[in-house]
Design a protein around this ligand. Structure first.
Ligand SMILES: Cc1ncc(COP(=O)(O)O)c(C=O)c1O
Length: 389
C-alpha cells in the first residue's frame, strides 16, 4: 500500500467501545455512550459506531448535520458547545436531541422559544478549578471557558430557566473538563462536584453527562470500568440511577489507540550536526496542535543494514523547518523506503490536520480477514473544487 495512509484496527476499536459498554451495562445500565465527533469525524467511523449502539456528541451545526447524514436520528445526538446556531439549536430541542446549554445567548433563545421541553435539556456547569490537584488540569488561574458558574448567579439562573421550560421541571447536568492527566482522581472530583451541585439545587437530574477525556486502550492506564466505577461510587447515594441517565462522551478513548499512521522515508542526508530523515508524513497528519513530545512507533526496514546512529531527526514532508516529528536516538540507520509507523494516533489527527502542501491521505480499515479503503486520498481536483465553489 502506498504511503502515507492511516490504518484503523477494527477489532481494537470495538474492544475500546466494549470496555465502556460492558462497564456501563453492569454498573449504570441507564446510560449512553456519546462518541465525541470532533475527536475524529471520519464518516466511516461515525456510521460504524452507530451500528455499535453508540450515539453522537457534536459541537457545531456542521457536526450535527454530519451526524444526521451518517444515519443518527435526532434523539441519538448530544448537542454541546457554546456556538450552536439558533435554528439548529431550536430544531434539536424540538426533535428531542440531548442539548446541553452552554452560553447566555442560548439561554435567552431557550427562554423566549421553548415552553415544554421533555427532560432532554441540560446545563453545562462551569467547574470550579480549585477542586482539582493543580497538576491535573490547566487554566487554574482564569478558570474554565465553558458552562455556567455556581460561584456567581449564572448557574442558578440557568437552572431556573431550564427547569421552568421543561414539562416536568427536569434538567440534565453536564460536567466535562479537559485534564492534563486523564486520571481517575479527576473523575472522582468531577463526580463530587456533581454531587455538590445536585444537593445544593435539590435536583433530580434527568441525566448526568461526564467527560470526555478518558484513557482507552492504553496499557497501564485506567479503563472504562475504572472510570465508571469511580463516578458511580461517588454518586450512587445521591441520584437514583434508574431515573438519572449517565452519559459519557469518550472520543480519544474510543478511536485513539485503534489507529496507525504509516509513512516512508523519502530522503536522508547529513548537515554538519546531525542526520536529517525526510518522510512522506507530517506533524500536520499526527500532531496538528504541534504539541506532542513523543510517539509510540515501530520501524519496518527495507534493508538488512544494522548500523546504529546516535541521532536521526525525523522530519515531515512540509517545507517548514519545524516540521520535525521526533528524534530517534541510537536506532538503526534509516534508508529510503524504510517505513515508520506511528501507533495510537486516531484522536485529533486524520480529520483535524488540514490539506497543506499535500492533501488528506488514504484511510484503510483492517478487518479480521480484509482491508477496506474507507477514505480515498484527496485529489488536487477535490481541493480545487472546495476552494472555487
Ligand atoms: C464536551 C466534550 N466531550 C467530549 C470530549 C472528548 O474528549 P476526548 O477526545 O479527550 O475523549 C471533548 C473534548 O474536548 C469535549 O469538549
Amino acid at each position: 500500500m502506498e504511503t502515507p495512509f492511516f490504518l484503523i484496527n477494527k477489532e481494537e476499536l470495538e474492544d475500546n467501545i466494549l470496555s465502556f459498554e460492558s462497564a456501563l451495562k453492569k454498573i449504570w445500565p441507564n446510560s449512553r455512550i456519546a462518541y465525541s465527533v470532533k475527536t475524529n469525524s471520519l464518516p466511516w467511523l461515525l456510521k460504524h459506531l452507530k451500528t455499535q449502539n453508540v450515539i453522537a456528541e457534536v459541537v457545531s451545526d456542521e457536526e450535527y448535520e454530519l451526524a444526521l447524514l451518517c444515519g443518527y436520528k435526532e434523539e441519538e445526538i448530544v448537542f454541546n458547545g457554546p456556538i450552536k446556531g439558533k435554528a439548529a439549536f431550536l430544531d434539536s430541542i424540538n426533535k428531542n436531541s440531548i442539548v446541553n446549554i452552554d452560553s447566555q445567548h442560548e439561554l435567552e433563545v431557550f427562554k423566549s422559544n421553548i415552553k415544554e421541553s421533555k427532560g432532554n435539556i441540560g446545563v453545562r456547569v462551569n467547574i470550579d478549578t480549585s477542586i482539582f490537584e493543580s497538576n491535573d488540569i490547566g487554566y487554574i488561574e482564569d478558570g474554565f471557558r465553558f458552562g455556567f458558574s455556581d460561584e456567581n448567579d449564572e448557574l442558578s439562573n440557568a437552572i431556573e430557566i431550564i427547569r421552568f421550560g421543561d414539562m416536568n421541571n427536569r434538567i440534565g447536568l453536564h460536567f466535562h473538563c479537559n485534564s492534563v492527566t486523564r486520571s481517575l482522581s479527576v473523575y472522582r472530583k468531577l463526580a463530587e462536584y456533581a454531587k455538590f451541585i445536585i444537593e445544593k439545587y435539590n435536583i433530580s437530574p434527568s441525566f448526568i453527562d461526564i467527560g470526555g477525556g478518558f484513557f482507552g486502550g492504553v496499557e497501564g492506564k485506567p479503563t472504562g470500568t475504572d472510570y465508571i466505577t469511580a463516578i458511580h461510587e461517588v454518586l450512587k447515594n445521591t441520584v437514583n440511577i434508574e431515573t438519572t441517565m449517565l452519559i459519557v462522551e469518550p472520543g480519544s478513548a474510543i478511536i485513539g489507540s485503534a489507529v496507525e499512521f504509516h509513512t516512508s522515508v523519502i530522503d536522508t542526508k547529513d548537515n554538519d550536526r546531525t542526520r536529517i530523515v525526510t518522510t512522506d508524513g507530517s506533524r500536520i497528519n499526527i500532531d496538528p496542535l504541534w504539541s506532542k513530545k513523543n510517539y509510540t512507533y515501530r520501524i519496518e526496514k527495507n534493508t538488512e543494514a544494522r548500523i546504529k546512529l546516535e541521532k536521526q531527526v525525523i522530519c515531515g514532508y512540509t517545507c517548514m523547518d519545524h516540521d520535525r516529528i521526533m528524534s530517534l536516538l541510537d536506532e538503526n540507520i534509516l534508508s529510503i523506503g524504510d517505513r515508520l509507523i506511528y501507533e495510537k494516533v486516531g484522536a485529533y489527527t486524520m480529520t483535524f490536520g488540514g490539506p497543506f502542501i499535500r492533501y488528506f491521505p488514504d484511510v484503510y480499515v483492517q478487518n479480521k480477514n480484509s482491508l477496506d479503503l474507507v477514505r480515498k486520498r484527496m485529489k488536487v481536483r477535490d481541493y480545487y473544487d472546495i476552494h472555487t465553489k
